[in-house]
Design a protein around this ligand. Structure first.
Ligand code: GLU
Ligand code: ZN
Length: 472
């Protein structure tokens, strides 16, 4: 059997971690069986569907490399096909027109509740075989079997049984002529020859209804796997409308697709104790049997840890190219400074995100206004000026420029001035980067270059003097 899976998002919001996990598992399952993965946009809810969500779905999937073999199919482009099948079903007696007015439905509902029954459609029109009722709109309902059960073997939860007596005669076409969600899914899964439906557990209740429709069409029933929820760190379900972050935000924040995929694959799936999975390994090792039944919890720390791992593990040029895009977006001109690949090579082990890296590398390429701020103010005091002045002189005198020469110069300065090296490092760091946090300061000085460093030390000296003159 040729495996075929699909990802079928409704474009009513952005892609978040949960939807990406559904896409990833479907994609991996197809890949691990040399099958096909389909992208289908379920856009029949015209009021809630948005063009911008479609764009964000396509951009997110492409960014993560979850490429599809067919599609994107759009349900709104298949309306004719749904209509055709509904007509056939009505002719065959598997579906029927229901002319009940909203008022009648409401009255029936109230009566049922009053009599202690479960509120549901009374099946009033099921056997009337009405063709038309003068001047009255209608919906089309599926004739769900009245008795018996629907059973399916969920690949994650095992056997699930529903009583047909629990299921309504589902509306498959609304009064405005639009087919409904459950119906379109069925026809699409059938037409697109989907063998495995992998989706969120919020669809479990739809499955028996969809199976009944498939059966009435004489179709082969796909295999189902329903994924458990993902909870945020507070234990709340993540959802598009509330607390979920658009996947593209992770890119903006400097996460790598490799790290994100590795993180997401482990939200509910495991392979022994293994934590690191390259995409190829995932494709090889993924299986439905090891997906967990319990819900998974978002863990930002783990994502950061993985991102740091991939920043160090991936080929140097890949990280450099990635970083270049961020630098470009930040309008940092990398032609005015040290070789970017060399910077990445020397310093990448420090960073958790590419965004952090971008910000930290800015000082190698841009002159900035040296200014006083809370983090550094305690270093901007007159008593530090002599250290800066002496450093200035010695840096100016250096006739050759290398990391080790600068490092040696700082050591001599420390011995001769009897000032701890850590103190000199910090004062220089503040002067050169306007920050208390940077990679090895001798390396930073080396990378910024002699001229730039001298000018920054000078500016810092002026700043200290200005600040002090205001105090006295
Ligand atoms: N369109 C549905 C959703 O976004 C998914 C339907 C399905 O996977 O069957 O929740
Ligand atoms: Zn009716």
């Amino acid at each position: 059997m040729k495996i075929k899976t699909r990802f079928a998002p409704s474009p009513t919001g952005d892609l978040h971690i949960g939807s990406i996990r559904t896409a990833l598992y479907s994609w991996l399952f197809a890949k691990s069986h040399h099958g096909k993965f389909i992208l289908r946009i379920e856009d029949t809810d015209i009021e809630r569907s948005q063009e911008s969500s479609i764009d964000s779905i396509l951009i997110g999937l492409k960014w993560l490399g979850l490429n599809w073999d067919e599609g994107p199919y759009f349900q709104t482009k298949r309306l004719q096909r749904y209509k055709e099948v509904i007509d056939i079903m009505v002719k065959k007696g598997d579906a029927y027109k229901c002319f009940c007015s909203p008022k009648k439905l409401e009255e029936d509902r109230k009566k049922q509740i009053r009599n202690g029954l479960k509120a549901r459609y009374s099946r009033h029109c099921r056997n009337l075989n009405l063709e038309n009722v003068f001047n009255q709109g209608y919906v089309i309902r599926f004739k769900n079997p009245i008795s018996g059960t629907v059973t399916f073997n969920d690949q994650i939860r095992g056997e699930i049984i529903f009583d047909n007596s629990e299921l309504d005669d589902l509306i498959i076409q609304r009064s405005n002529g639009m087919p409904t969600y459950n119906f379109c899914v069925v026809i699409d899964d059938l037409d697109m020859k989907i063998t495995h439906v992998i989706r969120g557990e919020d669809h479990i209740n739809n499955t028996p209804r969809q199976i009944n429709i498939l059966k009435s069409l004489g179709a082969k029933i796909p295999i189902y796997a329903h994924l458990s929820m993902i909870l945020d760190e507070m234990g709340n379900k993540i959802s598009k409308r509330k607390n979920a972050q658009n996947i593209i935000e992770y890119r903006k924040n400097g996460f790598l697709p490799e790290a994100l995929l590795n993180y997401i694959v482990r939200l509910g799936w495991s392979y022994g104790n293994k934590e690191i999975f390259t995409v190829l390994e995932m494709q090889k090792l993924f299986n439905l049997k090891s997906i967990s039944k319990s819900s998974s919890i978002i863990n930002l720390k783990k994502l950061l840890w993985l991102n740091k791992y991939y920043i160090n593990y991936l080929p140097l040029n890949q990280i450099t190219n990635n970083l270049k895009d961020y630098m470009n977006k930040e309008k940092i001109n990398i032609s005015n400074g040290p070789n970017l690949e060399f910077l990445v090579e020397s310093l990448r082990s420090r960073f958790y995100t590419i965004k952090e890296m971008t910000e930290s590398f800015r000082c190698f390429y841009e002159e900035f206004k040296i200014c006083n701020h809370q983090k550094i103010e305690k270093y901007l005091v007159l008593s530090n000026c002599y250290i800066l002045e002496e450093s200035y002189k010695r840096i100016k005198k250096l006739s050759s420029w290398s990391h080790s020469i600068i490092s040696e110069m700082i050591s001599c300065l420390s011995t001769e001035m009897k000032v701890k090296k850590t103190k000199i490092n910090m004062i220089l760091r503040v002067a050169v980067t306007n920050d208390t946090n940077s990679p090895s300061i001798s390396l930073v000085i080396y990378l910024i270059g002699q001229k730039g460093v001298l000018s920054r030390i000078n500016k810092t000296l002026n700043l200290i003097k200005n600040l002090q003159s205001k105090i006295y």
